[in-house]
Design a protein around this ligand. Sequence first.
Ligand code: FAD
Length: 163
Amino acid sequence: MSGDKIAYDVLMWSAGIKACDSHMEITQLDKKGRLPVNEFFQVATHQNVFAIGDIACVLDSQGKPVTSSAQDAADQAKYLVYALPFILKNQKPPFPYKNIKHGFIVNVGGKWAIMSYNGIYLTGWLAYFIDELAHLQYYISVVGFYKAVKCVIFQMEIYSRND
Ligand SMILES: Cc1cc2nc3c(=O)[nH]c(=O)nc-3n(C[C@H](O)[C@H](O)[C@H](O)COP(=O)(O)OP(=O)(O)OC[C@H]3O[C@@H](n4cnc5c(N)ncnc54)[C@H](O)[C@@H]3O)c2cc1C
C-alpha cells in the first residue's frame, strides 16, 4: 500500500474475497471472514459502508448465510443500484433485498452432471447437456454464435477425454 489518500463521495471497491479488517477496522467478521450486512447491504458496524458478493455475509429469510455465487453477487449489485439512491437521501428503500434460490448444475466427469433447479432434480447425461446449453448461451453473449459453438465443442472434447 502506497499510503496515498483518494478523496471521494461514494467509493465503489469491487475487489477482494476476504474482509480486510486491518483497513476497515471492522471487528465482527463471520467465521469465513465475511462482513455481516443487513438487508440493504450496509455493514453492521459501518452504515455508510456497503458489501456485496463473496465478501458479504448475507442472510436468507431464515437467518442463514446464503451460499456465495456469481448470480447472487449480480443480484446483490442490481439491488444496491436500486437501494443506494434512497439510502444516500437518508430514506429507507421500500423493498429490502430478498435472496433468490438459483439452483445449480455441477459437472461430474466429462459427460455427466447433477442439476437442481426450481424443484427439478436431474442427474446424468441430460443434466450435462443442459449445462452445455447454459455454457453455449453464455459464450454467445461474449464471443458470438460461431465462436461459441466452437468453444463448446472444444470443451466437450477436452472434458470427455478422460472418461
Ligand atoms: C473455482 C470456483 C468455481 C466457481 N463456480 C461458480 C459457478 O459455477 N457459478 C457461480 O455462480 N459461482 C461460482 N463461483 C463463485 C463465484 O465465482 C463468486 O461467488 C463470484 O465471483 C463473487 O463475485 P465478487 O464480485 O464478490 O468477487 P470476485 O469475482 O472474486 O471479484 C473480486 C475481484 O477483486 C480482485 N481483487 C482481490 N483483491 C484485490 C486487491 N487487493 N486489489 C485489487 N483487486 C483485488 C480479484 O482479482 C477479483 O477480480 C465459483 C468460485 C470458484 C472459486
